[in-house]
Design a protein around this ligand. Sequence first.
Ligand code: FMN
Length: 145
Amino acid sequence: MKPMTSDAHILMSMTYASRANPNVSAKDFNEILQQAQVNNAVNGITGMLTFNKDYFLQTVEGPRAQINHLLYSLIGDQRHHDLQIIETRELTHRAWPEWSMNYASPTEKNAAIYLKYSTTIDFNPYLLSAKSAQNLMTELSNQRD
Ligand SMILES: Cc1cc2nc3c(=O)[nH]c(=O)nc-3n(C[C@H](O)[C@H](O)[C@H](O)COP(=O)(O)O)c2cc1C
């Protein structure tokens, strides 16, 4: 049997928005990121996570079975709620093959990128189209290079 991390599966990506629970701290953000990076390296998942104090926006990419499995965990995770899928699609290539979980949060340096995709004063991922979410994630991850 092939290892879980093999790309000889149907690859998919899933992008969702969620609301951070009010008691979620900076320490929790770090723990989420670390947990994502450790688990994803084992499960053949890669992707990009962005967050501010109110919201998460995440794209995960990997074997379809693993992405669906993760979705159940995410829905049950008490650190956020109101998970809304923005997009799922099949992939031929990963956007972040090198990143078990890349990440960005608003800083002075990337503020213009968030602003470009915001229709309100604060960044709100629930208002993004699938295309805008994809472009935002790409721009944020390029910024870090
Ligand atoms: C915003 C957010 C993003 C997350 N991203 C991932 C992820 O990419 N991969 C992952 O395995 N867990 C992620 N988690 C954690 C899962 O919801 C769940 O707690 C975890 O997969 C369970 O891991 P365990 O079986 O090692 O306890 C995330 C949680 C939150 C709140």
